[in-house]
Design a binder for this molecule. Sequence first.
Ligand code: ADP
Ligand code: ASP
Ligand code: MG
Length: 454
Amino acid sequence: MKFGGTSVESAEAIERVARIVQARKDRKPVVVVSAMGKTTNKLLAIAHAAVAGEREGSLRQIQELRDYTLREARLAAQPEDHAVLESTLEDHFTELSELAKGLAVLGELTPRSEDAISSYGERMSSYIVALAFRRLDMEAEHLDARRVIVTDKRHTQAAPLFAETYERLSATVPAMARDRIVVMGGFIGSTLEGVTSTLGRGGSDFTASIVGAGIGAEEIQIWTDVDGMLTADPTILRGKGHRVKTISFAEAAELAYFGAKVLHPATVLPAIEKNIPVLILNSRRPEVPGTRIVAGAVPCANAVKSIACKRKITLVNIHSTRMLMAHGFLKRIFELFDKHTTSVDMVATSEVSVSLTIDNPARLGEVCEELRHFSEVSIEEGQAIVCLVGDNIRFTPGVAARVFKALSAVNVRMISQGASLLNLSVVVAEADLERAVGALHDEFFSELDTDVFD
Ligand code: ADP
Ligand code: ASP
Ligand code: MG
C-alpha cells in the first residue's frame, strides 16, 4: 500500500492512512510512503538556495520545514513516543543543516548531493508514519528503504538493480511483515556502495511496485488524492472526468508516460513481470473502488480510455539545407539528441524536414548549435501534447476523423498515430490545451460503457 504526499501531509491525513491500513491489516500490508506534502520540493529549494550562496535563507527554510514536520509528527504520534520522535527528527534536521552549510561553501550541487538532501523527506515521513500507527495499537516497524532498494549510480533518476533488490526484499520484508506492519519510504534507495540515491520525481509509486514484485504481493495499491485514473487530467478538466474502473498495464503505462501524473511511468513494469494487479485508490474516499490495472485488455465500447497531457513541450523543426533525399539525415539528427542525452517524445518527418518534441530543453542549446552545421532549426516553446489512449483505437474506424472534427477550431501542430498501437497524439499550443482537451473529452466520453467507466 503506497500513500502519496497529500495522503500523509498532516497528522489528520496520517490518521486517515492509519485507519485505512488498520481495516486491511489481515492482508499483511507493507506500507510505502512519500514525503509529507510538498517536502521534496522544499528540500530541493533548500539545496538550490544553499548553492546559490543564500546560506541564511536556506537555513531559514530548513527551520520552517522543521517546524511543520515536528508539529504534524507530534500530533500524529502518541505522547509516550514524543521524546524519541523529537530527538530522531532533530538529528535529521541537524544533519540537513550541516549538509546545507557544506553546499553553501562548495557552491555546487552534484546529483549525488541533491539525492542526499531530497532523501530526507521519505526518511522522515516513513519514520513518523510508523510511529503514528502505534496510536491505533498497530505493531509497526520502520524499514529504511535504502537497505533494500539498490540502484545504479545515476543519481536523481537512478534505476533499480532488480536482482539485488528482489533478493534483499525477500530476505527482509516477509519475515518482518509476519507479525508487524512494515513502513518504508518510497523514492529513495542506495547504490551498491551504500550511497543514497533516488528513483526520480514521483518515484514512490515505482518503489511500491518494486516492493510488491519483490515480495510477491497479491496486489499493489497506490493510494492518492483522486478516485482513480480519470478520463482526463483533473487539473485541466475540473470535475468533468469519469473514473476508469479497469485499464490494461499497457494503457496505464502510456497514460503515465504522456503526463498522467497519478502514476509514475515505470510503476507498471515490475507489476507486469510478476502479473500483479495495480490499484489506484483515494485515501480521502477509501470506499470508492478506484481503478484496477490488469494484464489483459478489457472489452470496452469506447474507443478511448483516457486523455493525458504533457505541458511545457518544445517543438523543434529541423530543415535540411543539403539537397533532397540526402540519406543519413535522420541518423545525424538523432545522434545529436543522443549525444546530449535529450529524449524525444514525438517525431514527424517529410522528405527534407523533421519536427520533433522534447520535454526537457536543458541541453537544447548545444543540440541546436550542432544541428545548425547541416540544417536550419527553429524552436517553438509553450506547446503541449494531448494523448488519447485506448486499446480500441487501432480497431475503431473513424477515430482520427472524430479527433479532427473535435479540434476543428484548434491549430494542430503535429500528429502521431500507430507508433505504440494504442495512442493517438497531437501537439497544440499550451494556450489551446484546455479547449482541445475539453472538445476531445466531449467527443469521446459523452457516451460511456458503464462496465469500464463510472
Ligand atoms: P501522490 O502524491 O499521491 O503521488 P500525485 O500528485 O503524484 O499524487 O498524483 C495524483 C494527481 O495526478 C492527481 O491529483 C491529478 O491532479 C493528477 N492526474 C493527472 N492526470 C490524471 C488522470 N488521468 N487521472 C487522475 N489523476 C490525474
Ligand atoms: N517525494 C517524491 C517526489 O515528490 C516522490 C513521490 O512523492 O513519489 O517526487
Ligand atoms: Mg505521485
